[in-house]
Design a protein around this ligand. Structure first.
Ligand SMILES: Cc1ncc(COP(=O)(O)O)c(C=O)c1O
Length: 350
């Protein structure tokens, strides 16, 4: 437990003071019962979607609460985890005054959101093994450092970040540590959600866009102390998760077997790809991965990217990221897509 941590001192003063918007559905919650709803200026004629969605997504949260083993008041849902990340900035960072720490090479949205919210982004590079440089991080933080973003497994490198180092940060940092677990379902490690009771400065984000196969419905998850979640709830747009997304997610989440089968298949396919990639002569390094993608160092990333594109395969050139010169990031596809990738890479060797 971090004794120096005080959530109240981290909340932006205007957010702490403000009255949240109270929607019609906040004031009358029991909209399952047979009532006449004349409170929200909706169109009364049935289209399946003529009513506003539940602003608190209670049924969906009940399912996540059971599956993730955490009380519903420690869950916030958003329009993708990108919205959740933006809410975290707006709740805790004072524009033009506060700063955050990000750890490149990593997910680009942390820096974009910092710019958007006029927050200084202090970058501390990961080390040669894409792990945390704790000394440099502690030299970089000051009393106005509100957030530190750790992506684990990290995008674009694919590796998990050492739990021991994260624990040291959680014990010493006076701001909030956000662990982005977009790829955790592919990793051989349990989620940091299980440590939320131990660390009051921990926020964990996840998404239905990756292992759950639902990028199109835009559903992101945030897990933290009830206190942090209530601050985020206060500032979120009232109906931020639409009714179609809520229904599709509930439907999909019932089928746990399908989820498990899908993740197992992608992990097995990753092993097949890893074996095949070793034999491609212009691939110089295959970075260890705990995610559903592989980062490769090649002889000439731009050339290889364009060659693949010409053959109808789109990968991501990550060379612009620090420590990632001449790298390509390749997502694990279906078995037939992966076969096509391997065949094409072999053809390009000639
Ligand atoms: C590390 C990481 N976090 C978050 C996201 C965004 O997730 P969402 O689709 O839930 O907005 C991505 C998407 O690529 C990601 O790689």
């Amino acid at each position: 437990m971090n004794k120096d941590f005080n959530i109240k001192s981290l909340i932006r003063p205007n957010v702490a003071k403000m009255q949240p918007y109270s929607s019609a559905r906040d004031e009358f919650k029991d909209f399952d019962s047979e009532m006449v709803f004349l409170d929200a200026n909706e169109n009364p004629f049935e289209t399946d979607v003529n009513r506003y969605p539940d602003p608190q997504q209670r049924r969906l949260k009940e399912i996540f609460s059971k599956q993730k083993n955490i009380p519903a008041n420690q869950i916030l849902l958003g329009n993708g985890s990108d919205e959740v990340l933006d809410l975290i900035f707006r709740a805790f960072c004072e524009p033009a005054k506060d700063n955050i720490i990000t750890l490149p090479p990593t997910y680009g949205m942390y820096g974009v959101l910092a710019n958007l919210n006029d927050i200084e982004n202090r970058e501390v590079l990961l080390d040669d093994e894409f792990q945390l440089d704790l000394d440099e991080i502690s030299r970089t933080m000051d009393t106005r450092t509100k957030l530190l973003f750790i992506c684990s497994p990290n995008n674009p490198t694919g590796n998990l970040i050492s739990s021991e180092k994260i624990t040291r940060l959680l014990n010493n940092f006076k701001g909030l540590v956000v662990i982005d677990e977009a790829y955790i379902d592919f990793a051989p490690q349990e989620s940091w959600i299980s440590k939320l009771n131990e660390f009051s400065n921990l926020i964990v984000t996840q998404t239905l866009s990756k292992a759950y196969g639902m990028a199109g419905i835009r559903l992101g998850l945030c897990f933290a102390s009830a206190e942090i979640i209530s601050v985020l709830n206060k500032i979120k747009p009232p109906y931020n998760v639409n009714i179609l997304s809520q229904l599709r997610a509930m439907d999909h989440l019932q089928n746990v077997q399908n989820f498990n089968d899908n993740v197992s298949l992608l992990k097995a396919e990753k092993e097949v790809l890893l074996k095949a990639l070793v034999e491609v002569n212009f691939i110089q390094k295959i970075y260890p991965t705990d995610a559903n993608f592989i980062l490769l160092k090649v002889d000439n990333a731009k050339k290889r990217y364009l060659q693949l594109l010409e053959k109808g395969i789109v990968v991501r050139n990550r060379s612009s990221q620090p420590l990632c010169e001449n790298t390509l990031r390749i997502t694990i596809g279906t078995p037939s897509e992966n076969k096509k990738l391997i065949a094409t890479l072999k053809e390009l060797q000639k």
